[in-house]
Design a protein around this ligand. Sequence first.
Ligand SMILES: [Zn+2]
Ligand SMILES: [Zn+2]
Length: 181
Amino acid sequence: MFGYNGSANASVGVLKLLLDLKSIIEIPGEEIGFDCYLDVAELDFSQIVRFITPPRAVGTVKNSAGALTLSAKLGVEMACLCDRCGSEFEYFKKQDVSVALAESPEDDENPDIFLVEGDWVDVGEILRTCFVLEFEPKFLCSEDCAGLCETCGKNLNDDPCNCDKNDPRLASLRQLLDELD
Ligand SMILES: [Zn+2]
Ligand SMILES: [Zn+2]
């Protein structure tokens, strides 16, 4: 079992991070820091070609008047596929995470509350869940990506194609009209 005690020392490179909250759980005003990488094996999305840098999260768990909050900044550099034109592009994603932790499920309906088990919280699991829940519904190489021509399949970000003039469907229609004349 990975993990470390409640010192301010950050631990980098831990894939599954269990954070021991013993030192802060009963002490309002206290906080504990973490610095970790998420396990990319559990982040399997068809739009992600590869992770250029592993997703790294730097944050704290803070006890504010008895309420525990996990806050983190998540950053990752990925090679992604554009949903519109299919080309590969590099994407630097930043995500702010802020979730409440609770020792018992007071409110089963609230999906934003994560449970503390004993004095431990699985930071890796929480961050992975937040990453997945806030995953982009659409990846675009640029906001004004022109996409592919529906007729010839050319990537219109490079150059416009000539399909308007030489649309084969229009050509066959013209031919048909000619034959009817
Ligand atoms: Zn695109
Ligand atoms: Zn075309």
